[in-house]
Design a protein around this ligand. Sequence first.
Ligand code: UT7
Length: 301
Amino acid sequence: MVDTSDEWIRTRTGILERRICAPDEAASDLAAESARKALEHAKVDPQEIELLIVATVTQDTLCPATACYVQEQLGIKACAAFDLNAACTGFIYGITISKAYIQAGMCDKALVIGVDLLSRVTDYEDRATCILFGDGAGAAVVGPTDDDRGILAEYLSADGKLASLIHIPAGGSRLPASVETVQNHQHYLKMSGNEVFKVAVRILGESVNQALQKCGLKVEDLSLVIPHQANIRIIEASARRLNISLDKFYINIDKYGNTSAASVPLALDEAVRKGRVKSGDLLALVAFGGGFTWGANIIRW
Ligand code: UT7
């Protein structure tokens, strides 16, 4: 559909494959599936969940929140449930909010899900975006700890001046859906790739450093960095800036492409299942995305 090549995509992005969900699947279906696996892994009964956060920009419907559909699919009788829109940084924002709730004594167990079906908002006639995106979901159960492990620090930020770098112009209250908006492809995600690239390289490193500073630790203390999987060259450039070996970055963009809010939890889950994360390891989760938003969590596993 577009003038591109496998060679260009591999060398410029590091992406070899993407996953696209079935036509009858929506964000809540993938989210509920990932949540079931996370609950099973954590040995937590769904009824114990008191806070359910779904980070997404591709919600099932504009209203109600996808979190409510997920609650229903999981059979949770009562819990606080809401969606969080911080684009690709959504999971980091969600983990941070869940930590704050738990620390404040407002809940005991939270479920944080990052899910996006970017294939639903991708213009497959736009070669600047269509080669990048895939669909996915990842989830984490968050609870209190009584030892020195857990979420040690976080850093969240945003800059609305950069809103136009990644946006979906139509379908909201600014430009409601019409025949014209559909004809003009305004329901698709638009991105200024080059500018995003430059901002991303600067803020990924800054986010990790800021979060480390808050808990008095250094980059040398990190066992593994789980970055948002947007472009292999962004990850490589960030590794150079942080002066951390690329071996310490978990990379799976080759298999999934950019899955937005699902990218960090997918990579974290894979890293854990592959034995790359051991008890006591120090991890940095770090992401950037539409908004512009960015942030990092430092976690003692
Ligand atoms: O999670 C959301 C955050 N998004 C991102 O992190 C995306 C960040 N940006 C990127 O990953 C990169 O900017 C892209 C992969 C989107 C583009 O790569 P680039 O190295 O920045 O390419 P470019 O836009 O500077 O374009 C270089 C050349 C141009 O041709 P000329 O002008 O040099 O002749 C483009 O027209 O590559 C051309 N080009 C393509 N060629 C083949 C752009 N896209 C394609 C394509 N296939 N898909």
